[in-house]
Design a protein around this ligand. Structure first.
Ligand code: ADP
Length: 258
């Protein structure tokens, strides 16, 4: 017969008593699996038509004269198509990351290399409108998955820039701490009200839709970060003051440090 899946909890009451709770989660897991497959398949199927649309829009735009009244609608269409494309890519990245429950943590990640890639990325995004500072301890390498770490760190950095007004400051740190090695991104941005913080890593959760839409995000970035960080036996910590700025950080535990 079909395999059942049980979730078992053992709760101690005082010295002498224990409560054992078993819950059949077979159906819950099946539905969860179907949801994940569905999202992965849909986003995969959307990729090709979007690429075709974008290609033709680009051609049409380049053929229209600069004073052609179609220029503006064409460029709006192109912007939206490219937004959709990046959302589809984020969805695919999230389903890949959700799927890889057990990642291989044997490989050593060259953090100097990874951080220097992140630094150039950050400078490109900041376009001289922000002060971006990197404070890095070196050598400080870890066991992990390079792609997942890169996507976690790069999402945190791009958020810091997107949710900070031009002229603001972003500080990225990678340093030894008592319990391991800490990666953190601090911004002097718009900040987050306390009631939102616990929900930020949910898929599609956004504090201010107008601003998020304007900054071109998908609402999936922090869900991706959370999964990637969890895979490295760590938790994402969010500290923020509304109107002052935020710090997003995680500590890679000692046993993963090389
Ligand atoms: P998005 O694509 O909307 O940025 P994320 O999952 O990356 O999606 O972030 C979820 C929400 O968390 C954002 O919409 C924004 O409201 C908030 N947020 C994320 N990073 C920051 C930050 N550095 N400062 C202020 N708010 C942030």
């Amino acid at each position: 017969s079909e395999k059942r899946m049980l979730e078992i909890r053992l709760i101690a009451y005082g010295e002498q008593q224990m409560l054992l709770i078993a819950r059949d989660i077979t159906r819950v897991r099946q539905l969860e699996g179907m949801r994940k497959d569905f999202v992965a398949n849909v986003s995969h199927e959307l990729k090709t038509p979007l690429t075709v649309l974008q290609g033709y829009l680009e051609v049409m735009q380049s053929m229209a004269e600069p004073d052609d009244p179609n220029q503006r609608p064409l460029s709006l269409m192109q912007q939206q198509a490219s937004r959709m494309q990046s959302m589809v890519e984020q969805l695919l990245a999230l389903s890949r990351i959700e799927d890889s429950a057990e990642i291989n943590l044997e490989k050593v990640v060259d953090m100097d290399k990874l951080l220097s890639i992140l630094r150039s990325e950050a400078q490109a995004l900041a376009r001289d409108q922000y002060e971006v500072q990197f404070e890095l301890e070196s050598p400080l390498n870890i066991h992990g998955d390079e792609l997942q770490l890169r996507s976690a760190c790069s999402n945190l950095i791009s958020n810091a820039i997107r949710y900070t007004e031009p002229g603001g400051k972003i500080v990225v740190r990678w340093q030894r701490v008592a319990k391991g090695a800490m990666f953190s991104v601090t911004d002097s941005g718009i900040g987050i009200a306390p009631q939102h913080i616990a929900r930020l890593t949910e898929r599609f959760y956004r504090v201010d839709n107008a601003r998020s839409r304007q900054t071109g995000g998908s609402g999936l970035g922090l869900a991706i970060v959370k999964h990637a960080v969890n895979h490295h036996h760590s938790e994402l910590v969010i500290a923020s003051t509304l109107g002052k700025g935020s710090t997003f950080s995680f500590v890679i535990p000692q046993h993963l440090i090389v």
